[in-house]
Every structure is written in C-alpha cells, then in structure tokens.
Design a protein around this ligand. Sequence first.
Ligand SMILES: Cc1cc2nc3c(=O)[nH]c(=O)nc-3n(C[C@H](O)[C@H](O)[C@H](O)COP(=O)(O)O)c2cc1C
Length: 190
Amino acid sequence: MTTVSILYFSGTGHTAKLAEAVHKRAAAVPGVQAELIPLSGDDILKGRYQNEAVLAKLDASDAIIFGSPTYMGGPAAQFKAFADATGGRWYGGAWRDKLAAGFTVSSGPSGDKLSTLHYFFTLAMQHGMLWAGFPETPMNDKGINRLSSYSGVMAQAGQEPADVAPNAADKLTGELLGQRVAVAAARWKR
Ligand SMILES: Cc1cc2nc3c(=O)[nH]c(=O)nc-3n(C[C@H](O)[C@H](O)[C@H](O)COP(=O)(O)O)c2cc1C
C-alpha cells in the first residue's frame, strides 16, 4: 500500500475544500491510501507546533502534499510553525526520497501565491524530498489550471461567494494534482 498524506492549514475553509478535492482522486488510485491531515492552531504553544502524532503519520507516508492559504505573500504562520517543527526530521534525513507537492488558495488571481508554492518547494528540498510539479496546460474548456501554475496548484477564493470558492474548475485542478501525486508515488514505491 502506498500512503499519500495531504497536510494543510485552512483558516476559513477555502483551502480545506481544495484539500478535499486533492484527496478525492488521490484516494481513488488503486493501491493508494490517502489521508487528509488538517493542521490545528491549537497545536501551537508559545509559537511552536507540537503534535507528534501528525509528524509520525508523515514519517510513514510515501508522499506529502502541502497546502496553505497564501497570507501576506507566503504560507500561513500556522503552516510555518509546523514546518519549523520538522527540523528534527530534517536532521535525521527522515523524509528523504518521499514525494512532495503543494497547493494554495488566495483571494487574488495572483495574490503572490507562487511565493507560497516556492516555500513548500524549499521545505521539500531541505528534506531531500522529490518535488512533483503540475504539468496540466490551461488550454482546455474545463478551466483546469486556469491560473497557469506549474510549480503546484493555485486556486482563487476572491472571485466566487465565500461558500462556493474555490470554484469547480479550481477543485478539478486540485483533483488532478492528487491523482498525479498518487500515481507517481505508487510507481516510485514499486
Ligand atoms: C492574514 C491574511 C493575509 C492574506 N494575504 C493574502 C495575500 O497575500 N494574497 C491574497 O491574494 N489573499 C490574501 N488573503 C486572502 C486569503 O488568502 C483567502 O481568504 C484564502 O481563501 C484563505 O484561505 P482559507 O479559507 O483556507 O483560510 C489573506 C487573508 C488573510 C486573513
């Protein structure tokens, strides 16, 4: 069995909806067990993230897909607190050769989302993980990758009513990221 974890923070629910879309098609890949792992701000004490159970689940994963809203041009502080707590894993090389990928949501069509994806990439490179980008072209009639991001998936929350966003096209884009990473992780494990 190949294990894919979707590790994300969401303040007001938009990133959570995209995470569910990523999970949907990852979980549908034969031989893959996909799990949604939400980060909770309640696990941050005096600025430090502490939840050994979450970190242990990630230790046991073949692929980790990182997700966060873009806040002030980067990942949310809650995600960064989690990332800082992975220092021990970095020291021991625990996450070397796992696959990594990422997704983010923000209000603007750009909103500096690329900075968030690049942060995920840097975190993955520090851990010796292997980054899976997102090669779908925006030339299609379904709105797949309509924001034209190849480093990871971007979705927009500002265009739709809050209870709808991200829209169907962005959720489909997220689904395809989940599928891509799950298929790649299963192949990599073989
Ligand atoms: C503190 C804060 C900073 C934000 N910074 C940005 C930003 O830099 N760019 C942007 O487009 N949207 C920004 N937004 C909007 C959020 O990215 C947007 O509301 C997103 O959908 C939140 O995701 P969530 O519902 O998963 O928390 C910001 C929102 C907050 C609360």
